[in-house]
Design a protein around this ligand. Structure first.
Ligand code: PMV
Length: 332
């Protein structure tokens, strides 16, 4: 009873920020993202009656395999318990999770990790689930953004007050539009406020209701920009959205400032690049690092522009990618 899955990380074009139900991870708004083909987690889950307890091991690029304990392990065990209940089994599991990016890189691994874990564990337990059900099960693991990593390409995670109606749907496959995310790592410090706390504090911002009110129109514009492959419309909206999320975070109680001075430097340098005619636009998740979205034909120009900046500690490049999938006959 063993299976291996690979799942991508993703970058949100319209961000998930705030929940209407903590236990079920039901988001206050729908969100849209692009899967990142070059940044992924590969997870093997092996269930057996021979194991006395669950064992969770995680490896990041260039680092040794580490056995995890405490709350990190508990989140994985909680997700295994949900799936065990569905499969009506008490078998314990060995979970081995390999990330192809470094731990201290400022790249969040929870989206790819929970999508890969849920996909592999469901397959190992031979649960008969379709993609929609798999995205719902992934959502219940608590990392909402992981829900979107289940579907292929450009994905929307629908909000609903019913668990069965809040899942990921594909807007377009990954090869519909050749976009690249050039990720500027400007800080590798682990963040002081997790996205979990951020979601909890979101509604306390006086700007939060205004943000929610503008999202239906923004979702519409971004869906259409993806379908029309219109980088200008997508980019302008992408930047408004990133600012809107961070304004809500900065004005919540407690106030959360994810940016570093290098975040602002990167944005200003991106403006100068745009003045030279290159269409590239920023977005940021719950952290200081800057994701520059552009058409792949411009990706090398963007990375060359930023590579030489002193504040850029490292840079990752990823194209749009497929969603989570099982790797048959994977060797443990
Ligand atoms: O999936 P979580 O709980 O780590 O929250 C993700 C929050 C953002 O990255 C800021 C936005 C998003 O939709 O990915």
């Amino acid at each position: 009873m063993k299976a291996t899955a690979v799942a991508p990380s993703n970058i949100a074009f319209v961000k998930y920020w705030g929940k209407i139900n903590d236990e079920l991870t039901l988001p206050a708004n729908s969100s849209i993202s692009m899967n990142l083909a070059q940044l992924h987690t590969t997870t093997t889950v092996d269930f057996s009656d021979d194991y006395a307890e669950d064992l969770v091991e995680i490896q990041f690029f260039n680092e040794p395999l580490e056995r995890v304990q405490g709350s990190k392990k508990q989140r994985v065990v909680d997700q295994l318990n949900r799936l065990r209940k569905l499969a009506n089994t008490h078998m314990r599991a060995r979970v081995r999770s390999i990330n192809n990016f470094p731990a201290e890189s400022g790249i969040a691994s929870s989206a790819s990790a929970f999508a890969a874990l849920t996909t592999a564990a469901s397959a190992a337990l031979q649960l008969k689930v379709n993609t929609r059900e798999l995205s719902i099960l992934t959502r219940l693991g608590g990392s909402g953004s992981a829900t979107r990593s289940i579907e292929n390409g450009y994905v929307e995670w629908k909000k609903s007050d019913k668990s069965s109606k809040s899942y990921a749907v594909q807007l377009a496959p990954h090869n519909h539009w050749d976009l690249t995310d050039v990720i500027l790592i400007v800080s590798t410090q682990s963040k002081k406020t997790s996205s979990l706390e951020g979601h909890g504090a979101a509604a306390s911002s006086p700007f939060y209701q205004a943000r929610l009110a503008e999202l239906p129109a923004r979702l519409k514009i971004i869906r259409k920009a993806i379908l029309d492959k219109n980088i200008t419309t997508l980019g302008i909206e992408l930047e408004k959205e990133a600012i809107s999320l961070h304004v809500a975070a900065m004005t919540s109680v407690p106030a959360i400032l994810y940016w570093e001075s290098s975040t602002i430097s990167a944005i200003k340098d991106l403006y100068s690049l745009r003045e030279s005619g290159i269409e590239a636009y920023f977005t940021m998740d719950a952290g200081p690092n800057v994701h520059v979205i552009c058409e792949t034909k411009n990706a090398h120009l963007v990375s060359d522009h930023f590579k030489k900046k002193a504040y850029v500690q490292s840079l990752f490049i990823s194209r749009a990618g497929e969603g989570a999938k099982i790797i048959p006959n994977h060797l443990f």
